[in-house]
Design a protein around this ligand. Structure first.
Ligand code: NDP
Length: 452
């Protein structure tokens, strides 16, 4: 039986584009459909514009810090429209690059929503026609959620909207305590927005090492964010030009912007999965095996839609492994061990490997840690500190995890993730000469250990 294509990819985000491009390079006839903009969440409304906003926000601290070094930085002003428009221009540029990648690799792009019709047929909604493919790859990602049980929930924006606000609000209230809530609390506060963060739990960044969460919480308060934990919204209402958020403790906050940052869900709604019998889990995520194959053999899924580890580089690697397995003749799979993670708080978090809590459950460990004021902050007068933590297996001396909060932490962790993933001992850190004067030299001079 002949098909229109060897591979049809639904969703042109980071994972889908990588799978499409590599499969085409390996000789497959490939098409891809995208209902929004090519580039997906990361490029269009996620990691990339977020990081640009983080840079923008960090300048507010830099102007302050500069004074201790002799600079006069009076009357500095921030213009939201300039940032937003320049960000848009950069995203347009990246969108163009992604489209050119597809074109130069002979991948046919359909700018339409696509849904599954049968195990080898995709319906192109805007074009009103079907195309067939031997293999179909679902790479539609996820979408931000609101708590729909809360009256007035629709008044709140989600991260998708945060990048295109017509104007910067004077005040904002954010719900959540994960990546997006923390990153945007710092971004908005740094840009001059009076920001309140309302988190339902005890400690922010619950998925990270406990001390990382506590450190970030302190930094958030130092930055001027009002932080309320063990609390949730109970109602949101519009009151003239302002919005009023009602909290579980009976209090109310008047604000100009309400922001839901309470997680994302796989964007599987209306894709036609049930019709085909493609299994999903209770969160709506597509169930796949280690080669990203679904319960329907011709249908595969990668990235956030599978809700494995929802990070761009993971989706890219899953896409690459799919292409190598299906069209490159080399069965490959993503290795989920020691994936480095970052939170672009201010200062940022970089983390790889076991948290202290995870390591304690399976190993006897020693913890080496340091918490200090980086040299830059001596003259700047900033109270910002830096923390580093190494989790070491007491029996083997192998470093199981490293957690850093401080300037350039994600950059340091990316480099450290290589030896930590492949096995490095604390003694190897100790035998490596320090690079002076840096903050990272603390990593090779840590001696004070505590039993965990
Ligand atoms: P997260 O899963 O990181 O955090 C969700 C937060 O919302 C948690 O603190 C959770 O509380 C809280 N929450 C969940 N449901 C409710 C509710 N009904 N009411 C109040 N609070 C609630 O999700 P994010 O939205 O921050 O980010 C989504 C995903 O995007 C991340 O998991 C990550 O995969 C990705 N991402 C990665 C980034 C990076 O790599 N730097 C940056 C941004 C996003 P609790 O802790 O109690 O569960």
């Amino acid at each position: 039986m002949s098909f229109d294509y060897d591979l049809f990819v639904i969703g042109a985000g980071s994972g889908g584009v990588r799978a499409a491009r590599m499969s085409a390079q390996m000789g497959a006839r490939v098409a891809i459909a995208e209902s929004s903009r090519v580039g997906g969440t990361c490029v269009i409304r996620g990691c990339v514009p977020k990081k640009l906003f983080v840079y923008a926000s960090e300048f507010s601290h830099a102007f302050e810090d500069a004074k201790g070094y002799g600079w006069t930085a009076d009357n500095v002003r921030f213009d939201w429209n300039t940032l937003r428009d320049n960000k848009d221009a950069e995203i347009d540029r990246l969108n163009g690059i992604y489209k050119r990648i597809l074109k130069s690799n002979d991948v046919t792009l359909f700018e339409t929503r696509a849904v599954l019709k049968d195990a080898n047929t995709v319906h192109l909604v805007d074009e009103g026609r079907d195309v067939t493919a031997e293999k179909i790859l679902i790479a539609v990602g996820g979408e931000p959620i609101r708590d729909e049980s809360i009256e007035g929930h629709e008044i709140g924006i989600v991260s998708d909207d945060a990048f295109d606000l017509p104007e910067l609000p004077r005040r904002a209230v954010i719900a959540g305590g994960g990546y997006i809530a923390v990153e945007f609390a710092f971004i908005l506060q740094g840009l001059g927005v009076e920001t309140t963060l309302v988190y339902r739990g005890e400690r922010l960044l619950r998925a990270f090492d406990r001390e990382v969460g506590e450190f970030v919480e302190n930094a958030l308060r130092e930055a001027g964010v009002r932080y309320i934990n063990n609390c949730v919204f109970t109602k949101i209402e519009e009151a003239g030009d302002v919005k009023r958020v009602h909290l579980l403790d009976g209090s109310e906050i008047e604000t100009d912007l309400v922001f839901w940052a309470i997680g994302r869900r796989p964007a599987t709604g209306g894709l036609g999965l049930e019709r085909l019998g493609v299994e999903t889990d209770r969160y709506g995520a597509v169930t796949v095996d280690e080669h990203s194959q679904t319960s329907v053999p011709s249908v595969f899924a990668i990235g956030d839609v599978t809700n494995r580890v929802n990070l761009t580089p993971v989706a890219i690697r899953e896409g690459a492994a799919f292409a190598q397995t299906q069209f490159g003749g080399t069965p490959s799979r993503m290795d989920y061990r020691f994936i480095p993670k970052a939170v672009f708080s201010q200062p940022p978090v970089g983390s790889v490997g076991y948290t202290e809590e995870e390591a304690k459950a399976t190993h006897e460990i020693d913890v080496y840690e340091t918490d200090f004021r980086p040299m830059k902050n001596t003259l700047s007068g900033s109270s910002e500190r830096m923390m580093m933590k190494l989790i070491v297996d007491r029996k083997t001396d192998y470093v199981l995890g490293c957690h850093i909060v401080g300037e350039a932490a994600p950059e340091v962790i990316q480099a450290l993730a290589i030896p930590i993933k492949h096995g490095i001992k604390k003694a190897d850190f100790d035998s490596t000469c320090a690079l002076h004067p840096t903050a990272a030299e603390e990593l090779v001079t840590m001696t004070a250990k505590r039993e965990a």
